[in-house]
Design a protein around this ligand. Structure first.
Ligand code: DP6
Length: 366
């Protein structure tokens, strides 16, 4: 990778002073839901098209990192616990992510890290946790650097660096470091946008669109048959790839306009097309795969019918899984939540749904 930030961050990297002993840092960072989807990437975690997401409020990861100088007795550099339990399957991914940070944070190689992480959302809820967890760990790493440097960067620069580092852990994680709406990926019509990090796009957004609710309907919490990484890989030889990347790019300006004007109908059309196109791409990959379940389709049909006769502003999106994110403005929450209880809850696994909403981004805890 030779982007200008790669060179800058490598150049300004700090080394661990010999007399450094220990420290601790804690961040919580949220998950986010993409409205224009990132599906397909190039070498170095560079997205094949720009994406636009909404940061959530309640679905967050909480990371506490204790660190000290490694000594001769330390055979490994990391002890990782998820909800106080050792989790070898997550440890591998965390180690891989930390290794990708070494060029920028060489001090990580000299430290022994004890990491405790929790998610506020149920582990088996099917909510993608990598955006929340990888951004939390990136933020902790950026803060450790500041503690070693004994100097704080400007907030904007700190968050840009955290977004850049988060991307190396998981593409969608780079959007989680900001509140509200975020764009990741270079787009001529979005000033300041870049492939290496996300930027916030909250200026001029309509009041109603800033108070968006997201009811996450847990249709199934089982492990996905195909990982996002495998799905991204299949896009490299997808027959519709070029068209898809253009469609996504072309969705960004009108979606931003609808967020600014408060045009919910236009917003819904783009958001739902994006969701179904994502699943259409999965179904037309070679080999193909289907992540929706029969109840996903039943719920989508109910939502369409309810919108038609109630005329209420609500729409759905989907992640790379069977669960539905139902989006609606806060002032319609009462009617929509009655609809969920009456007509959608029975389609959910164990009648489970999670009331989330637009969030204000990560928080550093003492
Ligand atoms: C469908 O960010 O999970 O949620 O970069 O390989 O970690 P990696 O992939 P990931 O992919 C997210 C795919 C998506 C769409 C999106 O969030 O934009």
């Amino acid at each position: 990778m030779t982007d200008s930030l790669h060179l800058k961050y490598k150049h300004e990297a700090v080394r661990l002073p010999e007399n450094f002993t220990e420290g601790m840092i804690r961040w919580t960072s949220p998950s986010n839901i993409a409205l224009v989807k990132y599906w397909g990437k190039k070498e170095g975690q560079i997205p094949a098209n720009p994406s636009l997401s909404m940061t959530l409020k309640h679905a967050v990861s909480d990371f506490t990192v204790r660190y000290r100088h490694k000594n001769s007795k330390d055979r490994k550099g990391l002890d990782y616990y998820f909800h106080n339990q050792a989790k070898p399957e997550f440890t591998v991914r965390i180690e891989r992510f930390l290794r990708s940070l070494h060029p920028y944070f060489p001090f990580l190689e000299k430290l022994h890290l004890i990491i405790h992480s929790d998610n506020t959302f149920p582990h088996s809820s099917g909510i993608a946790s990598s955006a929340a967890s990888m951004s939390s760990l990136a933020l902790c790493s950026c803060s450790i650097e500041e503690q070693i440097r004994k100097e704080s960067a400007k907030k904007k620069d700190f968050l840009r660096k955290a977004s850049y580092m988060s991307r190396l852990g998981s593409g969608s994680a780079c959007r989680s470091v900001y509140p509200g709406y975020t764009v990741w990926g270079k787009h001529d019509r979005v000033p300041g946008s870049a492939d290496e990090y996300a930027i916030p796009v909250n200026t001029g957004i309509h009041e109603e669109m800033l108070e968006m609710r997201d009811a996450i309907l847990i249709i199934s919490s089982g492990k996905k048959a195909v990982s996002s990484s495998a799905g991204h890989e299949l896009m490299k030889r997808h027959p519709m790839a070029t068209t898809r990347f253009n469609v996504a790019r072309n969705h960004i300006p009108p979606l931003l306009e609808s967020l600014r004007s408060g045009d919910f109908e236009r917003y819904s059309r783009i958001v739902e097309t994006e969701a179904l196109m994502l699943h259409g791409l999965m179904m037309s990959s070679s080999p193909w795969f289907i992540l929706m379940k029969p109840n996903t389709l039943k719920a989508i049909e109910k939502i369409r019918q309810f919108r038609q006769h109630s005329k209420l502003p609500l729409c759905f999106t989907l992640d790379a899984g069977p669960n539905i994110h139902l989006l609606y403005p806060q002032h319609n929450a009462e009617e929509v939540e009655h609809f969920i209880e009456d007509e959608l809850q029975y389609l959910c696994e164990n009648r489970q749904w999670i009331a989330d909403e637009m969030g204000r981004g990560p928080v550093k805890l003492s």
